[in-house]
Design a binder for this molecule. Structure first.
Ligand SMILES: CC(C)CCOP(=O)(O)OP(=O)(O)O
Ligand SMILES: [Mg+2]
Length: 240
């Protein structure tokens, strides 16, 4: 049974399987992505009702740019329409949205929508939804190291001062009080991290589910959380 007081503070999700979900139904990938958005909406509300504080989702990786232009263009428009249709509800429900990733390749219209949604929800604290778009875990670490190197170059930092905390503060996920996912969920049966959050997942419990993302609902989320609550996180300590 789920214990309210043993909920993870930060859940990360690799939402995978939209394409296969559509193919099984003889539909185009775009139908899978639209179903995937419904799944995300449901997950966000469940996190709110269970007191989870941060939900980070992998919505588009830098590797996804190689997909057919028609699919990439559809996804960019889907991100815009989803932000447009959700931002008012997020404002009302205390949900803060942040987007991480390399925004340089995003359409100008999407960049403006993201900036507007982040600005309009930045004071919300019931749930922080972090959406990784055009994100790369390796690049996140590279850009953090560059920031630290610049501070050393500018004489603002000494080499001996550089420790994990100095690096962590420069990561794109630094925008939350719970920066490290306690639980990573990946759907669709794939058993890999795919260059999602790397530094941040150092101690995350990993949970893999065979369900395709559009079919990952409340029951599947409960199963993942029960599995999480049954784990003994030792952070390197000896097994009791
Ligand atoms: C863009 C990303 C969220 C899409 C996830 O689903 P997918 O298109 O990788 O689906 P498949 O792995 O079934 O092809
Ligand atoms: Mg996939």
């Amino acid at each position: 049974e789920l214990e309210a007081e043993a909920m993870p503070k930060h859940v990360a999700v690799i939402m995978d399987g939209n394409g296969r979900w559509a193919k099984l139904r003889g539909l185009a990938a775009s139908a899978g992505h639209q179903a995937g958005v419904q799944s995300l909406r449901r997950m966000v509300r469940l996190c709110c009702s269970w007191g989870i504080k941060v939900l980070t989702v992998f919505a588009f990786s830098t590797d996804n740019w190689v997909r057919p232009k028609v699919e990439v263009d559809f996804l960019m428009r889907l991100f815009e329409s989803t932000i447009n249709s959700e931002v008012e509800a997020f404002k009302r429900e205390g949900i803060r949205i942040s987007v991480i990733g390399d925004s340089s390749k995003l359409p100008e219209s999407l960049k403006r929508l993201i900036a507007n949604a982040e600005e309009n929800t930045k004071h919300n604290s019931r749930l922080q939804l972090i959406v990784a778009v055009s994100y790369s875990g390796k690049y996140d670490i590279v850009q953090a190291c560059k920031s630290v190197a610049k501070k050393v170059q500018d004489g603002l930092l000494h080499l001996d001062d550089i420790d994990e905390n100095i690096i962590e503060r420069e990561l794109e996920t630094n925008c939350t009080e719970f920066p490290y996912p306690d639980l990573l969920i990946r759907t669709s049966g794939e058993l890999r991290v795919s260059n999602f959050l790397l530094w941040q997942l150092a101690y995350a419990e990993l949970y893999f589910n065979r369900e395709l993302w559009p079919d990952f609902g409340k029951d599947e989320f409960v199963d993942a959380l029960i599995s999480f609550q049954q784990r003994q996180r030792r952070y390197g300590g000896r097994h009791s």
